[in-house]
Design a protein around this ligand. Sequence first.
Ligand SMILES: Cc1ncc(COP(=O)(O)O)c(C=O)c1O
Length: 414
Amino acid sequence: MPHHLTDVDPAVADAVDHERERQESTLGMIASENHASEAVLAAQGTVLTNKYAEGYPGARYYGGCEYVDEVERLAIERATELWGADHVNVQPHSGTQANMGVYFAALEPGDTILSLDLTHGGHLSHGHHVNFSGQLYEVAQYEVDPDTGYVEYDALAARAHEVEPDVIVSGSSAYPREFDWERVGEIADEVDAHHLADIAHVTGLVAAGVHSSPVEHASFVTGSTHKTIRAGRGGIIMCDEEYADDVDSAVFPGSQGGPLLHNIAGKAVGFEEARQPAFEKYARRTVSNATALADVLRDRGLSLVSGGTDKHLVLVDLRDSHPDLTGADAEAALSDVGIVVNKNAVPGETRSPFVTSGVRIGTPALTTRGFGSEEIETVGHLIADVIDAPEDDATRERVSDAVDDLCESFPIYK
Ligand SMILES: Cc1ncc(COP(=O)(O)O)c(C=O)c1O
């Protein structure tokens, strides 16, 4: 911790130190999290936080923007190269703000969004009633097939013809399979809707080419920049050239004020790291680790939504194997031994969002630490041990010791 922070504000400095220690000493398996590099952290903690720069590079409402223009241009250039979109906006403060930018660019209040139901893997910003998206727009939803756990595209097409949406949203928070972006694009064309592909979770996997890209098949693509892509925290919008001006004005002045240039610097640095050959290896390993984790959990008798995964996460449905154990119980028991996951609704969920019947488990952060399939298989068995005996003291002690050993062997920040 820099001494000046400790001197000026020991309370915040202590909390930051404790958080760093928590990350080092536990296994972070929340699928939306990752560990940014020291370089990304450094970029985010700079004087760029001081600068107002409403507008876009070369066209700002404030003076003194020559250096922040350079930073934002670098972030845009690198993102354009990574994802291959016509136009990129790197200003959204988060993935949710990115979706807001697209809705504001493409829809009028009262228009209809067709999106994946939250309990089937969707996201709050895809039209949930507690989110602005569910309050400003009409919302219709599609679901995964109850037998296979996969999105069924004929059913999606039928739903689209029935509700005639203005936008079809693909992409997800907890759906473990790749979307067929092309098919969703065709369905959107059939009903004259826009296709918004939200790749929040898989930005890094798509950039590395280990997950298919929706860029050719969607008029708008949104993402978070701190998940699998491991860059500075925030959001990003990509779109076809014809929507560039609408998207830019929907972000600023439509829904945000001054851009967070320190975060945009963190995005630029993370994107530069993602352009290096090592990143493709990282992304590939993130997916192979998730597959290895799925294999172990399945062998140990746990049900996985859709039976497995194509990407960086698995969704365990506890109802078959452990009907009395809730997602909240499993999350708490795992957290007690240093394995940090999140409870998650599963398709057909009957419990409340605070309880749930599932846990979502991801591999991006452990892969950043250097875990390979051998360590992930060990972790899979530890998770299954705890789920099988959440209250057994001997199990908890043994798993906790094993977690300590793994964390010590794979430090995050040297
Ligand atoms: C599919 C999807 N979209 C949007 C978001 C929102 O991202 P943020 O938390 O950056 O607002 C998430 C977050 O996990 C997500 O999973």
